[in-house]
Every structure is written in structure tokens, then in C-alpha cells.
Ligand binder design. Structure first.
Ligand SMILES: Cc1ncc(COP(=O)(O)O)c(C=O)c1O
Length: 400
């Protein structure tokens, strides 16, 4: 009898975490490493949020809570959805979990049966296909390439839907491309979904607040009220409020789905950390000026990185609408050789050689379902980004 489960053979460890670990190891061994792999803001959680957590500890809010969130936080989440997205939900339609990741996982575990298909636009966040597989479903990646700025077209969505489609996962702004759908672009997709009433929508709005220029964030249930009864609108405090370690994510949707997700959670992690819930409550109800300051900072970094990467030989880097990632295309580098004689056959080899020869750690595109590309997380200082991009430029110039 095998010790490890068959389920395990269907999934792979997160490549983004693997890159971060490799970069850490090399740095620990004394190498001069610049890590552009991590998907988290580089600054600290705002002080008012940390203070709220300290107050919660001192007030003894350190016991089990209701499985899917304390009532105060659920109420704050309802207020947030109304204030920022024009969506009306009651607390019974809201669930809180241990990070956005657990929210998505609960939803898939609660709904997927063998044979159920989940449409995932590629490039995608690395965890979507693996979570679908873990839950026993079938991921259906649909590639949206650089020619459509990494955005799925209505025709592509229509063609991917089958009688077995259960979910369409929508992520805007996107990890790994930063691409954000305009209202018109999203309306094109929701019009398709209105013609297929058996398909549910999982909208992952994790990067909602990280949008640039005059881009206006929008979410499917807001754009098409006809989808409200089959949409799970997912969000969290990790990226917007620099709270990745606190592990709080949330979602709102139809009561029956929310209840089913609570059942899964009750038998896995029980409630999300009590103290972190009070911190998230402060994040959602406290001063919000932090968000605008972040946007300005990240936009400046995006502009720096896009401009410098587009000056690297063989690289084309589109300008994304949001998040803190860019996803340059490296077609012009494929087939060339490094000075050490290594042939760049694909983006994984490119990323490996870049790390070995220049100390810059990025995540290769194949991990996200579209090659040849790599993902840069620009959640680090201007000086470090400029140095990293200079090294990438020099590396590309050295290829023959
Ligand atoms: C698109 C997307 N969704 C969800 C998550 C999960 O966020 P959390 O850290 O809250 O679990 C991430 C984190 O990288 C993400 O990029």
C-alpha cells in the first residue's frame, strides 16, 4: 500500500515559493541576490492595524470564534462591498477564511465533483489549477496572450464552455500579468456568461486597490447584476493592506454556497485567527489613505520597470493596469546562448541562467501557463528595481 495519497500526485509545490526559497538559500550562502519572485508588498502593515491586533490580544480576543468570521468583521465586509463595489450582501452571505487562498480552496472543495471543469484564463495564478485538481475537478486553461494584453476575449470564453463547466475563475488585476479588464471588456465576458446559466463565476479581486493611471476596477456581479446569484466575489486584506502574514481572506455569494464553504472550513482550520480578524476589521473600517499612497508608489515602480525592461534586447514588456507584477515576453532571447554556452531553450532555462549569472530571481512563465515569459514582482525599492533591471539588460545584451 502506498503511503502517500494519489491526490498528491496530481499537484505540484508552488513554483513561486520554490523561487523565493532558492533565492534565500543563495543569499544565505553569500551570493548577492535580488529576489523579484515574492508576491507581497515590501512594506509593513499600517500601525493602526497592528495596534488593533494588540488591543484584541489585551482584551482576551484569543479564543475560537465563529467558524466563518466574527460578526463585526462580516458586517464590515458587507459595508466594504456596498461602499466600493455597489454590491449588497447580508452577513449570512459572507465568509472569512485563512487568506484568500483558503477561501478559493473552500469554494472549490465545496462544489467540484469528478469531471467538473473549471475555466482558468492563462497566464494564471499558479494555485488555481492545482487547487482545482486537489478538489477533484478538471482545470481548463485558456491562453490569453500578449496580443490581447493577456485578457481573455468573449469568443475564447464562449468556445471553452461545455456542459461540464462549473466555474469560470476571473482575476483582475491579474497575478501574474497585472492586466486589468475595463468595464467594457468585462461586460463582453459577462454577456457570454448570461447565455450559460450553469456556469458559476469565481471573481478573485485580491488586487482591487492596486490599479494605476485612471483605470477603474470592476467586478462581475457589479457589471452584470444577472450574475449575482451565481457569483462568488472573493477578496482579502493580504495585498491591499500589506497583511500577507495575517492570513485573512473573505468572499460573498449565495447563502447555500457560503454555508457549504463553512462546512469545509469547520473540518479543516475552524475559524481564521481571532487576532488577525480584529486586525482585518481595522483595515476595512479604519483610515484608507494608505491605499492611495500605495498606488502612487507602485505606479512609479511599474513605470520604472516597464521602461527599463523594454530597453533590454529581446524583451517586450506590456504596461499593466494593476497589481505589482509585469510579465515580459522573451521570444527575442529564445535560441540564444549565454557567454557560458548555455542555450536559452525556454523561459525556465532563461530564469535559471539569469539567477546563476546575475543573481536576479524571477519566476519563469511556464509556471503560470504562458511561455516564453517571466514574472517580475516589483514590490521592492526603486534602487533595487533599477539595479535588477540593469542586470537583466546586461544579461540580455550578453546573449549571442
Ligand atoms: C490572484 C491571487 N489570489 C489569491 C491570493 C491569495 O492571497 P492570500 O495571501 O490572502 O491567501 C494571491 C496571493 O498571491 C493571489 O495572487
Amino acid at each position: 500500500m502506498a503511503f502517500l495519497s494519489d491526490t498528491l500526485s496530481r499537484v505540484k509545490p508552488s513554483p513561486t515559493i520554490a523561487v523565493t526559497n532558492k533565492a534565500r538559500e543563495l543569499a544565505a550562502a553569500g551570493r548577492d541576490i535580488i529576489g523579484l519572485g515574492a508576491g507581497e508588498p515590501d512594506f509593513d502593515t499600517p500601525q493602526n492595524i497592528k495596534d488593533a491586533a494588540k488591543r484584541a490580544i489585551d482584551a482576551g480576543k484569543t479564543k475560537y470564534t465563529a467558524v466563518d468570521g466574527i460578526p463585526e468583521l462580516k458586517a464590515a465586509i458587507c459595508t466594504k462591498f456596498l461602499r466600493e463595489n455597489g454590491l449588497t450582501y447580508t452577513p449570512a452571505q459572507v465568509t472569512v477564511g485563512t487568506g484568500g487562498k483558503q477561501i478559493l480552496y473552500n469554494a472549490l472543495m465545496a462544489t467540484l465533483n469528478p469531471g467538473d471543469e473549471v475555466i482558468i484564463p492563462a497566464p494564471y495564478w499558479v494555485s488555481y489549477p492545482d487547487m482545482v485538481l486537489l478538489a477533484g475537478g478538471t482545470p481548463v486553461p485558456v491562453v490569453a496572450g500578449i496580443e490581447t494584453q493577456f485578457k481573455l476575449t468573449p469568443e475564447q470564453l464562449e468556445a471553452a464552455i461545455t456542459p461540464k463547466t462549473k466555474w469560470f475563475i476571473f482575476n483582475s488585476p491579474s497575478n501574474p500579468t497585472g492586466a486589468g479588464y475595463t468595464r467594457d471588456e468585462l461586460k463582453g465576458l459577462t454577456d457570454v456568461l448570461m447565455r450559460h446559466p450553469h456556469v458559476w463565476v469565481m471573481s478573485d479581486d485580491m488586487y482591487e486597490h492596486l490599479v494605476f493611471d485612471d483605470f477603474k476596477f470592476c467586478t462581475p456581479a457589479e457589471i452584470e447584476p444577472g450574475l449575482y446569484d451565481r457569483t462568488l466575489t472573493c477578496n482579502g486584506v493580504s495585498k491591499s493592506y500589506a497583511m500577507t502574514g495575517w492570513r485573512i481572506g473573505y468572499a460573498a455569494g449565495p447563502v447555500a454556497l457560503i454555508k457549504a464553504m463553512g462546512t469545509i472550513q469547520s473540518q479543516s482550520t475552524s475559524n481564521p485567527c481571532s487576532v488577525a480578524q480584529y486586525a482585518a476589521l481595522e483595515a476595512l473600517t479604519g483610515p484608507q489613505d494608505f491605499l492611495a499612497e500605495n498606488r502612487t508608489l507602485f505606479q512609479r515602480r511599474r513605470d520604472l520597470v516597464v521602461s527599463m525592461l523594454n530597453q533590454a534586447a529581446g524583451i517586450t514588456c506590456p504596461t499593466p493596469e494593476g497589481a505589482f507584477y509585469v510579465y515580459p515576453d522573451i521570444s527575442g532571447c529564445i535560441g540564444k546562448a549565454t557567454p557560458a554556452g548555455k542555450i536559452i531553450t525556454n523561459d525556465e532555462v532563461f530564469a535559471e541562467a539569469l539567477l546563476e549569472e546575475t543573481g536576479v530571481a524571477v519566476v519563469f512563465g511556464a509556471a503560470f501557463g504562458l511561455s516564453p515569459n517571466f514574472r517580475v514582482s516589483y514590490a521592492t525599492s526603486d534602487a533595487i528595481l533599477a539595479e535588477a533591471c540593469t542586470r537583466i539588460q546586461n544579461f540580455c545584451a550578453s546573449l549571442i
